[in-house]
Design a binder for this molecule. Structure first.
Ligand SMILES: [Zn+2]
Length: 188
């Protein structure tokens, strides 16, 4: 059934919950207005029913969604509970922040240690490179000495052959002098 427009059927204030006025206990979600001016509030199901009725009657009806009522003001106990919960959350946030700070500091310490290790590693690599260069220099020197030694051996061998040749020559000349009475055949 449709109510006539009264002050009770004006759009609700925000903090007021309207009930469906169609012999129904549900909360209203529409304000409606028939073309002849009657207004009221209804739930979704009755809104659909009113639209069917409108079609059947061939009389128009306008349905306007109404905003749900804002939350009722908090009761004192709820405020106390929320305040306690807020304090707990603040404590948890502070604890997390403290743990985060601790982790942050540990991370800083580790980075300092890492930097020191990196520097040490570079130093060792530099020493290793230096030792490698020295080793190469020693090896080059050893190769040079070996080559020089080879040259000297060749030279020594040549000198030995020369010595042998000279000795043989001297012996031959001595023999020739001994056999030829001191004069060489070519008058020298
Ligand atoms: Zn209803």
């Amino acid at each position: 059934m449709v109510q006539l427009a009264t002050s009770d059927t004006m759009p609700p204030s925000a903090d007021e919950m309207k009930a469906c006025d169609q012999d129904c206990q549900d909360a209203a979600v529409f304000a409606y207005r028939w073309e002849w001016g009657a207004t009221g509030f209804c739930c979704a199901a009755h809104g659909a029913l009113l639209q069917q009725t409108s079609t059947t009657l061939k009389r128009s009806i306008a349905l306007h969604p109404i905003a749900p009522p804002v939350a009722a003001p908090l009761l004192r106990d709820e405020r106390i509970q929320l305040t306690a919960r807020s304090l707990v959350l603040e404590a948890e946030v502070e604890e997390a922040r403290s743990q985060g700070l601790s982790v942050y500091r540990k991370n800083g310490d580790l980075q300092v240690q890492l930097s020191a290790a990196v520097v040490k590693e570079r130093e060792l690599k530099a020493q290793l490179t230096d030792a490698g260069l020295k080793l190469q220099a020693v090896e080059r020197q050893a190769n040079n000495l070996e080559a020089e030694n080879g040259r000297l051996l060749v030279e020594l061998e040549r000198l030995r052959e020369l010595d042998t040749f000279v000795s043989a020559q001297s012996d031959r000349e001595a023999n020739e002098r001994g056999l030829g009475g001191g004069e060489s055949p070519d008058g020298r």
